[in-house]
Design a protein around this ligand. Sequence first.
Ligand SMILES: NC(=O)c1ccc[n+]([C@@H]2O[C@H](COP(=O)([O-])OP(=O)(O)OC[C@H]3O[C@@H](n4cnc5c(N)ncnc54)[C@H](OP(=O)(O)O)[C@@H]3O)[C@@H](O)[C@H]2O)c1
Length: 341
Amino acid sequence: MINEPNLQVRVRRIPDGIPKVNDLEIVAGAVVRPGPGELLAKTIYLVVDPYVRSRLSGRHFDRQPQPGDLMLGRTVSQVIESRVDGVAAGDIVCIESGMQQYAVVDGSDVIPIDPTVAPLSTALGILGMPGLTAWSGLCVLDPILPGETLLVTAASGAVGSMAGQIAKLSGARAIGLAGSDEKCAWARDVAGFDACLNYKTSDWSAELARLCPDGVSVYFDNAGGDILNTVVKNHLAMYGRVLICGLIAQYNLKDAPPGPNLGPVVSRRAQIKGLVVYDFEDRRADFLREAIPWFQAGKLHYKEELHDGIETAPAVFSRLMSGQNFGKTILRVADDPTVKG
Ligand SMILES: NC(=O)c1ccc[n+]([C@@H]2O[C@H](COP(=O)([O-])OP(=O)(O)OC[C@H]3O[C@@H](n4cnc5c(N)ncnc54)[C@H](OP(=O)(O)O)[C@@H]3O)[C@@H](O)[C@H]2O)c1
């Protein structure tokens, strides 16, 4: 039995605009024992994902959390006690446990993690849900072809950086948009993008037109908002495709802003597709069969922003949703058993 409190992050009130620290609260709960078919696990790493903000605003297709609810969060955790066949105490798993130090979850929702393959936190980033998202979009939903040009927003983020690197591995050109010179330099110099433009300080649209006189073949959109409108209006190649993945630029807004004028979709004979990673869950093994060898051959690079302690979650969530994070936002909640010393 674990006789320590289980610190949890709970919703105090639905944020108005950029989340504030006191929109969330830290509450001491209890550690409970698993029932039949369940397991108890201790959180090692917790990812703070942008979609949680859209869930809080009630515009996500899934249920809107209410004040008092546990904040949503995916974790890499170590099993403490298992009543699930095939899962043993000590195993490392990826689970939807919410933001808390200990969680009891249903055994049907557990992704086993091989701790010898890559650093554990990558199971929340490039080798986890965000990586699967990029791979599903560019390798399954609308495969990118050699010689094509990809444009992707939030290029230093988990999904965006993976999208750019998949484009390069597929023989395509990768152009990113990111919110600081530091993020752009990382996308170019580390992740291998052909170009990355700072959309906050440059005339990125003019520069993009110069880099892609025939337009972009695939626009992988993580942001929505003004950038989406400008790309659809001015930068689609003939038969161009737009994959709408995320709309982070509008998650903090009360009401959805007006969308793009779709006239150019007609003149460019373009297509727009919505991408939802949950639709590709059955392809996770195929994704890892391709991505793990890329990772182990040094062909995949990733950026993380690591924070220590679950108590930092409210401030870190606010930081993420004001666009200040650089790389996947991860909280280290307990010592990583695979890291010595
Ligand atoms: N459709 C799906 O199934 C699916 C699955 C996973 C993720 N997503 C979506 O994909 C997008 C990227 O996710 P991720 O995991 O790669 O995120 P991430 O690593 O946490 O990166 C988030 C980045 O978004 C950018 N951003 C742009 N506008 C912003 C704004 N108004 N406020 C805050 N940040 C802003 C920032 O980069 P810059 O400064 O460079 O702009 C920020 O660093 C999100 O929209 C997410 O919801 C969708």
